[in-house]
Design a protein around this ligand. Structure first.
Ligand SMILES: [Zn+2]
Length: 276
């Protein structure tokens, strides 16, 4: 069997699936470890700001999970330092309004969206796991999670283990749009995702964001998608879903994944390879 991306380029820093391993760096965090924390898929500040702490979502199989219970196992360092710093900047930008959010560093925006998308796939993969949980807490992932090893490797940029070039767009196309806000908490938030692409859309109060996470800017290079509402007007929930659908159609049109090369070293560099 050929070695995985992580074995080839990150060596000991593996992609792990299990409650006793950090979802991001793979380190061992047994139950009695002081390093053991839980990373919220949707950040706590977002759930509190929007009044969603007691709300949740219904899975495809009809079971329900509260947003605040949507967590993945994470070590103290990844949660409190690497992801925490990014979260702090995204939170401040969200509080600053749409212009501040749109001006966020592209690396922060990519890592924030990619963490949510990967964590959603992680939870779905755990829910639909193949076989029982082993004695050491590990489980075998099911569904698209198995295919997200390159997204997981890019996520390791949060710790500085991975970088990419060129820097302009980074790995994703990202669209930031104004949305109509609402007084009713459940109407202030929406999420859409499509792990096989992978892509994600989030409507968070007055700000909507859609990311096509590994197309290396190809979708954005085609220009803005057709407007889904009156020019310049904030989008309502239905219009935001339509925008997401149009961007998904564009991603499907672009088709095959962008070919990338990995350059090993102390910091792994990922570069898109120009199509012939
Ligand atoms: Zn970690």
């Amino acid at each position: 069997m050929s070695p995985s991306l992580h074995e080839s380029f990150l060596r000991s820093r593996m992609q792990e699936f299990g409650d006793e391993h950090c979802f991001l760096c793979g380190c061992h965090i047994p139950k009695d470890s002081g390093q053991r924390t839980k990373e919220h898929v949707f950040p706590r500040w977002l759930l509190r700001d929007l009044g969603l702490w007691r709300d949740g979502v219904t899975r495809i199989d009809g079971s329900r999970i509260g947003y605040r219970k949507m967590t993945v196992p994470c070590c103290q360092e990844c949660n409190g330092i690497d992801l925490g710093m990014i979260e702090g900047r995204v939170r401040a930008a969200h509080h600053g309004g749409i212009d501040a959010f749109a001006a966020l560093d592209r690396r922060d925006l990519f890592l924030w969206l990619a963490k949510i998308a990967y964590s959603l796939a992680y939870l779905a993969g755990r829910h639909a796991r193949v076989g029982p949980v082993r004695d050491d807490g590990r489980w075998s992932p099911a569904g698209p999670l198995r295919e997200l090893d390159s997204l997981h490797l890019l996520l390791r940029a949060a710790s500085g283990a991975v970088t990419w070039a060129p820097d302009a767009h980074g790995p994703a196309s990202v669209y930031v749009v104004g949305c109509l806000d609402d007084d009713e908490p459940v109407r202030r938030f929406g999420h859409l995702d499509d792990p096989p692409v992978p892509m994600i859309g989030l409507r968070v109060g007055a700000i909507g964001v859609v990311g096509v996470l590994q197309d290396w800017g190809r979708s954005e290079a085609m220009g803005p998608p057709q407007p889904c509402g009156p020019s310049g007007a904030p989008l309502d929930a239905e219009q935001f879903r339509e925008l997401y659908r149009r961007i998904a159609e564009r991603a499907a049109e672009i088709g095959r994944p962008t070919t990338v090369e990995f350059v090993g070293g102390d910091v792994v560099e990922v570069r898109p390879v120009a199509a012939c």
